[in-house]
Structures are given as C-alpha cells and as structure tokens.
Design a protein around this ligand. Structure first.
Ligand code: SAM
Length: 239
C-alpha cells in the first residue's frame, strides 16, 4: 500500500507542486506515495464560504474557525492512527527523527494554516501535532507542508537511488555532513583535499568524521552539545 499524504488547505492547486518532479515525482507516478488535497473552503460558511473570523480578545488578523477545520478533519478518509499535523511557527521544531517516524507510518494528514492560524480547540479535539519548519514566519502552511512531505518521501523504500545516501547524511548520526568534492581535482586554483585522492578508506573516513565534527561545532552549537553528551554517555556505558 502506498504512503498517503492528505493536505487540508485553502490552496489545493499548490500540491503536489514541485513534488510532482524529480525523485518525488517519479515515486508519485510509480504509486510509492499519493497526495490528496482537501479544500477547506468546501466547509466555509454562508454565501461567501467564509472559513475565518476575528480573534477573541482582539488583535490583528483572522483565525480559521474551529467548526470549519473540524468539518474538514472529519470528512477526510484517513486511518485514525495516521498523524494529524498542523504546520505552525508555534510548533515543535521538525527534526529528522520526526520525519523518519512519519515516513515509517502509513502517511500524514497535514493542516495548512493561513491568516493568524487555526482555532486551538480543534487541534486539541483531533489530537493534532503542531510542527514548525524553522524560526521564521511564512505566509501560509502550504510551503511548510511541501518541505515536510519532501523530507518524508525521499525516505520511502525505493525512492532514493542508494540506501547509503540516506544513512550518511546530516543529522543521521547527530552531526552535520562533511563537505563534498568532485572532478576536476583542481578548480580555479583550489585543490581537492589530498586525502580524498589517496584511496585510503580509513583515512578518508577519519577526515570526514573530523570535518563533520568541526562543521557541527562551528555552525550548530546546539547539535554539538547534544552529540558530545551522547558520546560521553556511550563511552560511560561501554566502560
Ligand atoms: N501569527 C502566526 C504566528 O505568529 O505564529 C503566524 C501565522 S502565518 C502568517 C500563517 C500560517 O503559515 C500559519 O498558520 C502556519 O500554517 C504557516 N507557517 C508560517 N510559518 C511557519 C513555520 N515556520 N513553520 C510551519 N508553518 C508555518
């Protein structure tokens, strides 16, 4: 059975968008995954099919109504154990481990916010996970949903060319990945690090590990501290 993505959105025409191309597009055409959209507007109220209203307590902007979002969530055909995920800058940061969890399951139901977001009560009523793709504010949840789907789809069995490319990646072992080089060996006066031309696999692995550690320490102190703590724990456990 294929991995199933269901997207609740006011802009169904944004899907599959770029995910209809390249690796994800081939997997979509091949039936590895499916991408269904559900238009929130269908459940809008009145002649104008309004989906939003002003926030209680005042303030700028509009909020997607609980009854509208509830009708959409209740109308979709997705198994109960499939995660319901609301994309929001207020959510828990999306990590590679979350992506793996979603990819290993039957699929995801994604709710794309617009305006100021969605009434909190409906998220609680449907046990919706709240996930952020980064510390910045997008105009809508659709591009965030595409990011989440891209990250999941490439992990589905058979989607990536070589399984090794999934194992040796940034975040797979808690570190960012080492830098890459290809031909020509000298380009605009810059040489490829000599060790990579040596054919000495142990030396190459050691060089890559050191590079990964240095880059992580410099660029992501948060990941670096966590990695050091994990290494210490493993060393203590090994005696
Ligand atoms: N007022 C909201 C806040 O400050 O949390 C931002 C609303 S934003 C303009 C509209 C929608 O874009 C959100 O409801 C959410 O679905 C989506 N969105 C914006 N930034 C996001 C992010 N970093 N991660 C995931 N979704 C995001």
């Amino acid at each position: 059975m294929s991995w199933q993505a269901t997207v609740l959105t006011l802009f169904p025409e944004m899907f599959p968008g770029p995910l209809g191309l390249s690796l994800a597009g081939r997997a979509l055409d091949g039936g590895v995954w499916s991408c269904a959209t559900h238009d929130l507007r269908q459940h809008g109220l009145g002649r104008h099919r309004a989906v939003d209203d002003t926030p209680f307590g005042g303030g700028a902007g509009m909020v997607i109504r609980a009854d509208v979002a509830d009708a959409a969530l209740s109308a979709i055909d997705a198994p109960q154990d499939m995660p319901r995920v609301f994309l929001t800058p207020r959510g828990y940061p999306l990590r590679q481990k979350d992506v793996s969890r979603y990819a290993q399951g039957p699929g995801v139901v994604l709710i794309c916010g617009r305006f100021e977001g969605v009434d909190e009560r409906v998220l609680k009523a449907h046990s919706v996970e709240q996930v952020s793709i980064g510390d910045y504010v997008l105009s809508g949840g659709e591009t965030a949903a595409l990011v989440l789907l891209d990250a999941c789809v490439r992990l589905l069995p058979g989607v990536m060319g070589s399984d090794a490319s999934g194992i040796e990646e940034s975040f797979s072992d808690g570190l960012l990945e080492y830098p890459h080089y290809t031909r020509p060996a000298t380009w605009q006066g810059q040489d490829v690090p000599e060790v990579l031309l040596s054919g000495n696999h142990a030396a190459i692995a050691a060089w890559r590990q050191k590079q990964a550690e240095e880059i992580t320490r410099e660029r992501r102190p948060d990941l670096w501290s966590a990695w050091l703590a994990r290494r210490e724990k493993n060393e203590a456990a090994a005696g």
